[in-house]
Ligand binder design. Structure first.
Ligand code: HEC
Ligand code: HEC
Length: 326
């Protein structure tokens, strides 16, 4: 393929110098904002340092939260049990449009969330990504670590209108959830040509000197079956607008869908909401799993039919308990 040479070159350069990836080889082609949408420009660390209105103690806490977000692996075995950092999916420090900018959680919550059918706080939203995307166990509510994470999110939202929901670039999605016909073999081919060079032939990712350079896309060290990225439309949109690294927008929509389906047709750690029966769990959370391949048969294998939780020694974190106001 035309891109192969460039990509392997890029992959080599990334190890040496991530900055080398700043110049994409193909035009960056991101979706347009719609009229009337609020488009945010999140502050940078430089803005933080120069902002005299923020108390030095608060600056420390915000920077601590940022450090946790960028290098979540420092909490491996405590809060994180896979190879992810928050920024593995929320690229550009969680500030980037179409790469799941995280600040909207600070201006739109508390709000009802379909995924768990109750009103969620910002802390609970952060806990959700720890439990599913990081296959982890979130810092306790009210702890210094949770406070630091919340402070980072809220500071990124500085200047954004509270409870404004019409936000340009929020999430990853613009491809919608109307999927085209999906073909495993076609996805496999897109993967081999555009992704394997960094993420590995078996989706295992790559490490250098014990540090994750390219995160895994499936297997024990990837996000678990309850993570938002297992929804094919979410992964397709993320991939379309962010991957291959340095070349966002270079895949066709169809290629993004096919490869999203391919990576999400591989095994990964069990959904923390597992009831002990994969089909039952799929039914129980069909609202979510109708967009995933969990509990369906792909290539003769029933996906998610196991009790492998990866490196995580437990299944249901208490934070996933339901809440009612009856
Ligand atoms: C494997 C990918 C992945 C990783 C890693 C990940 N997230 Fe997420 N995150 C998602 C997805 C998917 C969504 C939902 C986006 C959407 O609705 O399209 C999301 C949404 C969010 C939101 C809500 C944003 C909004 O628009 O309201 C917050 C906050 C968030 N994540 C924080 C975190 C934090 C903190 C971490 C690290 C502890 C993290 N995420 C790690 C995939 C990930
Ligand atoms: C040049 C190397 C490179 C190529 C090629 C590449 N990626 Fe990535 N990918 C990365 C890096 C690095 C990250 C993490 C981003 C970060 O930490 O800033 C990532 C993150 C991801 C993630 C979210 C985190 C995770 O591990 O689940 C997904 C999904 C993903 N890539 C899919 C793909 C797909 C599909 C392709 C092929 C279309 C692809 N990538 C091609 C380097 C690459």
């Amino acid at each position: 393929m035309k891109m192969k040479h460039t990509i392997s070159l890029l992959a080599g350069l990334l190890v040496a110098s991530p900055a080398a990836l700043a110049q994409p080889e193909v035009p960056v082609n991101l979706p347009e904002f719609k009229e009337g949408q609020y488009v945010h420009s999140a502050p940078t660390v430089e803005d933080l340092m120069n902002d005299d209105s923020i108390h030095p103690e608060l600056k420390k806490v915000i920077l601590k939260g940022r450090d946790m977000f960028m290098n979540t692996q420092q909490f491996r075995g405590e809060y994180v049990f896979n190879d992810m950092n928050c920024k593995s999916c929320h690229m550009g420090e969680g500030r980037k449009n179409w790469s799941g900018p995280v600040w909207p959680a600070a201006t739109t919550l508390p709000d009802f969330r379909g995924k768990n059918q109750h009103v969620n706080s910002l802390g609970e939203r952060i806990a959700g990504c720890f439990s599913f995307s990081m296959n982890g166990k979130p810092p306790a509510y009210g702890s210094d670590d949770m406070l630091a994470m919340q402070a980072y999110h809220q500071w990124l939202a500085k200047g954004a209108p509270v409870y404004e929901k019409n936000i340009g670039g929020r999430g990853f999605s613009h491809l919608g959830n109307e999927k085209p016909e999906l073909d495993y073999e076609r996805g496999k081919q897109v993967y081999a040509e555009n992704c394997a060079v960094c993420h590995g032939d078996n989706g295992q990712g790559q490490k250098k000197d014990g540090q994750v350079v390219f995160p895994p896309l499936w297997g024990d060290h990837s996000y678990n079956w309850g993570a938002g990225m297992t929804r094919i439309f979410t992964a397709a949109s993320f991939i379309k607008n962010n991957m291959p690294l340095g070349q966002p927008g270079s895949l066709t929509d169809d290629e993004a869908w096919q490869v999203a389906n391919y990576i999400n047709s591989q095994e990964r750690p069990q959904d923390p909401r597992y009831t002990g029966d994969v089909k039952e769990t799929r039914e129980k959370f069909l609202n979510f799993h109708k967009h995933t391949n969990y509990g369906t048969v792909v290539n003769g294998k029933l996906l998610g039919d196991h009790d492998n939780t990866g490196d995580k020694p437990f299944l249901k974190p208490d934070v996933l308990q339901s809440r009612t106001f009856e």
